[in-house]
Design a protein around this ligand. Structure first.
Ligand SMILES: Cc1ncc(COP(=O)(O)O)c(C=O)c1O
Length: 409
């Protein structure tokens, strides 16, 4: 049985401090809290077998290598990759997408080639394509959401053509919560142009719902460990094996080569070709533990809980005078994130007053400034939820917002 109140006990940061004021953490979209199992797995590596990977033929190094590669296997299983070689460890989602920019898009695309992205994107999946237009003159097209934040699927027929080389889109908006139907979108894109590469930013999808990259049929999927109970500093690039195999390295040095001579170097096969130097071993181990923790909960139940909590939050927020909520109306169409504005009060003031009660929300453009421009709105307040979020957290937020309104009345 999925029970957020029980799950909370696994999270040291949610244990009540001496002053009695518990943390109301509503910023999991920025980064999630970490369960003890993840912290222990990382601590165990550093305290009992903290050797480097690959190089050693002594037992603790072999154990470290097995744990590092085991984590790759955990991630592959979690996202339903066909092959563990399709999982590359990076630093985060930004780096995963930048890797594709440098290793594929920059050398391969140029004038006359089309790239489609959406106005829902985090800057991680927007800025690289602006830059590609600046340096290579590609034709960049933007898929705009309707007024409720949904992407009208028929627009693909006009946006995608035989000239389109890349469609880069999010699986879950970090502001509106919109969940574009990736499987259907990939099918449509490939029907129009089978050679078009589809890149999915899954930073807000992987932590929150079952993910099957093979069923999606996309070519590239990127996400970050720290948003799914894992540590900061490690991310994932999943790529279709045949696609990754054709790419050159992104960084150079140790572990990404098979042999080096005065006149040449022979590069490793994927994924190690993209993991030059000593990797974030403890990070990978922490990510593996995070994935196993989520699998134990069951991703269907994780999604169901977040839908329930989002429905509750939408209902409560909409009942507060002066609150405007953005994004799809139906919780089934959105992830566990709600962006809103409080009439007449700047979002920064809202966050500052909420912080007096240890209520953590995020304010600003959430690294999605083009989306805010597209919606013709200023900065927003964003509350986001995860496995440990309870209705009591939402109630505390609502009480906090009423206090904000009193303060600024
Ligand atoms: C949708 C989306 N994409 C990309 C990112 C970037 O993630 P990271 O900072 O881990 O690279 C975020 C972070 O909030 C995000 O929400």
């Amino acid at each position: 049985m999925f029970d957020a109140a029980v799950i909370r006990k696994d999270f040291p940061m949610l244990s009540r401090p001496a002053d009695g004021k518990g943390l109301v953490y509503l910023d999991s979209t920025a980064t999630s809290l970490k369960p003890a199992a993840v912290l222990q797995a990382m601590d165990e590596y550093y305290t009992t077998y903290g050797a480097n990977v690959f190089r050693g033929i002594y037992s603790i190094s072999e154990r470290a290598t097995a744990a590092y590669e085991g984590a790759r296997g955990d991630v592959a299983r979690f996202i339903h990759a066909r092959d563990t070689r399709e999982v590359v460890f990076t630093r985060n989602t930004d780096e995963s997408i930048s890797l594709i920019y440098y290793a594929w898009a920059l050398p391969a695309l140029g004038r006359g080639d089309g790239v489609v992205t959406t106005m829902l994107e985090h800057h991680a999946n927007f800025v690289p394509w602006l830059e590609l237009r600046r340096v290579k003159g590609i034709d960049l097209m933007f898929w705009e959401p309707d007024e409720t934040g949904l992407l009208p699927i028929d627009a693909l027929e006009t946006l995608v053509s035989k000239k389109t080389k890349l469609v880069a889109l999010t699986a879950a908006s970090n502001v509106l919560g919109t969940l574009p139907p990736i499987g259907e979108i990939v099918k449509r894109v490939k029907r129009i142009n089978p050679g078009c590469i589809v890149l999915v930013d899954a930073a807000q999808a992987a932590p929150h719902m079952p993910l099957d990259v093979s069923a999606w049929g996309a070519d590239i999927v990127a996400f970050s460990a720290h948003k799914m109970l894992g540590p900061t500093g490690i991310g994932v690039l999943w790529g279709r094996h045949e696609f990754l195999e054709g790419l050159p390295p992104f960084t150079f040095g140790g572990d990404m080569i098979k042999e080096v001579h005065r006149d040449r170097a022979v590069y490793q096969d994927v994924p190690h070709r993209f993991e030059a130097g000593t990797p974030y071993i403890a990070g990978a181990i922490g990510l593996g533990a995070a994935v196993r923790y989520l699998e134990h909960l069951g991703m269907e139940d994780v999604r169901r809980h977040e839908m329930d909590i989002t429905a509750y939050a939408l209902k409560k927020l909409q009942a507060v005078d002066g609150v405007t909520v953005y994004g799809p109306r139906d919780p089934k169409d959105r992830g566990g994130v709600v962006a809103f504005r409080l009439e007449g009060i700047h979002p920064h003031d809202v966050a500052q007053v909420l912080d007096d009660d240890r209520i953590c929300v995020r304010v600003g453009f959430h690294c999605a400034q083009p989306l805010h421009e597209c919606l013709h709105i200023g900065p927003t307040v964003r509350a986001s939820f995860y496995i440990y979020t309870t209705e009591a957290d939402i109630d505390a937020l609502i009480q906090g917002l009423l206090r904000v309104q009193e303060t600024f009345r």
